[in-house]
Design a binder for this molecule. Structure first.
Ligand code: UDP
Length: 327
């Protein structure tokens, strides 16, 4: 089976490339070269999915059985231009679907997000109302619609919740420029004796800070691997992929503080635009249909793996860049 991974140079893409290494015939595509610490050495194609002609020519050469479409602009940060999300997340997906139709490629696994849902006090099920409030969530929902609207294509849409942690074997993890996600930023800053900014402290939650469902990147990779088998049965699915339990921003910091045995200075800032108060999912559907379950997604485990990764980056002089304050 030939598998093409788009977005192979990103966090999930490079983790997946290591995770599936040698078990499958893999091909890689990204608009950026893979980071030097990934294990992608061959079958790499540098291409922006916005370029339809080039994308088609490359995919025609590969003839993949399954496309794992991870290429995206993927942070909830309203400072990123709307047009960036539009071109990276919608046009790119539109082009990819058009290429698949042209070349008779049937199977796509798509990385979507928790950010497509409307807010809820309960565990989110896949049939919960869709009402994204961030540009990121809006663009992913439109991309989902592009895929679903296509009757000839089998799809598995995986709505990832908050992906974090690193893969220990052939160590690999998150390395964005800038880094904006709570876990990598907090770990890096705490290890460097820096304070941590928390956006918002008067949400209607147990401790006033936002609650998220953190899922280990290894569990994300295993869900994708299982989806690759499932999609060969010619079926389509939309699934939540999370841990099924929530952790508040404050709890992330207190757990981190315990693990590294350091006091961490926390600075409470204004709410960040586009943030839902609570995003935690019900994962029964994924468990049942894919025979998958999260095995590594306890918050302490995620933080410990993130610490290993952060130390590796520092040792290799790969300094994390983050915005000192983002609103
Ligand atoms: N967050 C924070 N400080 C940071 C980065 C993030 O307080 O430096 C908060 C953010 O406002 C949200 C939660 O952490 O409530 C998770 O945000 P992240 O960007 O990691 O993921 P998202 O849920 O937006 O996909």
């Amino acid at each position: 089976m030939k598998i093409l991974i788009t977005g192979c140079s990103g966090y999930i893409g490079s983790s997946l490339s290591n995770y599936l290494n040698k078990t499958k015939k893999l091909f890689f595509l990204d608009k950026d070269f893979p980071k030097k610490f990934t294990k992608i050495k061959k079958n790499f194609f540098k291409c922006n999915l916005n370029n339809f002609k080039k994308t088609k020519a490359i995919i025609e050469k590969i003839k993949p059985d399954v496309i794992v479409h991870l290429a995206a602009k993927s942070t909830v940060n309203e400072k990123i231009k709307k047009s960036d999300y539009f071109s990276n997340n919608i046009i790119a997906t539109k082009n990819l679907i058009k290429v698949m139709n042209n070349l008779n490629i049937r199977n796509i696994i798509f990385s979507s997000t928790a950010a497509v849902y409307d807010k809820s006090g309960k565990l989110l099920k896949e049939n919960h109302r869709l009402k994204p409030i961030s540009n990121y969530g809006k663009s992913k929902l439109l991309a989902e619609k592009e895929i679903i609207g296509n009757k000839k294509i089998n799809f598995i849409i995986l709505r990832f919740f908050n992906v974090a942690g690193s893969i220990n074997k052939n160590l690999i993890g998150e390395f964005h420029d800038p880094e904006t996600h709570l876990i990598p930023v907090s770990v890096f800053r705490a290890l460097n004796n820096d304070s941590i900014n928390i956006f918002g402290s008067n949400y209607k939650t147990t401790d006033g800070t936002c609650i998220r469902d953190y899922v280990h990147v290894k569990d994300i990779c295993s869900a994708i691997k299982k989806s690759i088998y499932y999609i060969k049965k010619n079926r389509s699915l939309i699934l939540n992929i999370g841990s099924g339990s929530g952790t508040s921003n404050k709890k992330v910091i207190s757990s981190l503080s315990k693990i590294i045995r350091k006091k961490i200075e926390t600075i409470f800032l204004n709410k960040r635009k586009g943030d839902q108060p609570i995003l935690v999912c019900n994962i029964d559907k994924a468990k049942k249909s894919l025979n998958w379950k999260p095995k590594f997604s306890k918050i302490d485990n995620i933080l410990k793996d993130e610490i290993k990764w952060s130390k590796f980056l520092t040792k290799n002089k790969l300094e994390r860049k983050y915005l000192s304050v983002q609103k």
